[in-house]
Design a protein around this ligand. Structure first.
Ligand code: V47
Length: 362
């Protein structure tokens, strides 16, 4: 069989919404032309969300960049005592949240370093204070790695810990900390970080309790296509089991200012193939998010021709994870009109959503 036939057979199966095996995914990923991946991924996207592309009004709180872990890809962590370290007080967090009263934000995304001292009760208090000031906004908080650390430190089971946080007002869990699930690659890029098993335990338990979550994948470093496929297949299996994932977010490794900088960054073509293949492999995850802060505006617009149906939110210059890693925008912020215009230019219809993808009436 010629190479042409190999990818075309897999492409036809994907276009018919038939589930791809690991081998078929590898053939498509490596051999199909870019235009064909885009064509099928957009068709699959349209079957799920029609001509809609979602965005929200959100901001991040990054309470600290101190961290007990030392991931090699991270440009954000600083050791205690560094002039670039920060550790916000509860009052500073409240002041920041207060500045959004009346702004129409529907989501507060809280993630940061894994703090050496604060415990789960401190984080419950933080969530309560945020909700007291912005009761109409959903709190999407803490990566599975932060959660697992604070829950284990308190001597609680995952279920007990998540219940405490949910009772305080945590409504959803962001997708970070997933990195790459393959244990050998994970050991090379983040040797001391919480494990793949911990990430799955937190998300699986959250889903069982009715808490929705997202999932990410950090790609474009030392992993191979097989590791990306393995990552996506593990997520597809979780979703078959629980149905609790709202969105998948591929995160391109940005190489500025960290200890893997010599690796460089993958091409935009690789980004677009990764988005399309994520849409095709994750046939059971409704939303594929092109996180504009990480890709920059131009690649985000192109991403909409490769199966993405979400571009994240307004952000309002509230996250430093990507600006410290070399992203285009040193102060990321996008107005609602600019987001709508980007989506319109790409040929889709912008729809404002809340954290759980309920549409917000205009
Ligand atoms: O887990 C850190 C990544 C993640 C780098 O759920 C890096 O809606 C690239 O998970 N190059 C945190 N990536 C961010 C995250 C996220 C972002 C936006 C939306 C959502 C959501 C989740 O950032 C980490 C890690 O994978 N990251 N450093 C870097 N140098």
């Amino acid at each position: 069989m010629s190479l042409m036939e190999r990818w075309e057979m897999a492409a036809r199966r994907a276009a018919r919404a038939e589930r791809l095996s690991a081998d078929e995914a590898a053939v498509l990923w490596r051999e199909a032309p870019l235009w064909r991946l885009g064509e099928i991924a957009v068709a699959r996207k349209r079957a799920v969300s029609g001509d809609k592309v979602y965005f929200n009004r959100n901001f991040h709180i990054e309470p600290t960049n101190l961290c007990v872990f030392n991931c090699r890809f991270c440009s954000y962590r600083r050791p205690k005592g560094s002039p670039e370290a920060w550790d916000m007080t509860m009052e500073q967090i409240e002041e920041k949240v207060r500045s959004y009263v009346g702004s129409g934000v529907t989501e507060v995304h809280i993630v940061g370093g894994v703090h050496p001292v604060h415990d789960i009760y401190y984080y419950c208090d933080m969530i309560r204070r945020v909700k007291a000031i912005l009761p109409q906004a959903a709190v999407k908080a803490f990566t599975a790695i932060e959660l697992s650390y604070m829950i284990r430190k308190a001597g609680l089971t995952t279920e007990q810990g998540l219940r405490l946080l949910a009772d305080a007002g945590m409504e959803a869990i962001p997708g970070g900390g997933a990195e790459i699930f393959d244990e050998e690659i994970r050991a090379r890029i983040c040797p001391d970080k919480g494990s793949t098993a911990e990430w799955f335990d937190v998300h699986r338990t959250a889903h069982r309790l009715g808490i929705k979550s997202n999932a990410t994948m950090l790609y474009g470093h030392v992993e191979r296509i097989e590791h990306r496929i393995d990552h996506l297949l593990r997520l597809r299996a979780l979703q078959d089991e629980t149905g609790g994932l709202n969105a998948f977010i591929p995160l391109k490794y940005r190489n500025y200012g960290n200890s893997m900088s010599e690796i460089g960054e993958v091409s935009v073509i690789d980004d677009l193939r990764t988005l399309a293949m994520s849409r095709l492999i994750l046939d059971n995850v409704p939303h594929i998010k092109a996180y504009w802060v990480m890709y920059g505006r131009q690649t985000t617009e192109a991403a909409l021709a490769f199966g993405a149906d979400d571009i994240d939110g307004t952000i309002d210059d509230s996250t430093k994870i990507y600006s410290m890693a070399g992203a285009d925008d040193s102060r990321p912020r996008m107005g609602v009109e600019e987001m709508r215009e980007m989506v319109r230019r790409a040929g889709f219809r912008a729809v404002e959503r809340d954290t759980l993808y309920n549409e917000i009436e205009k």
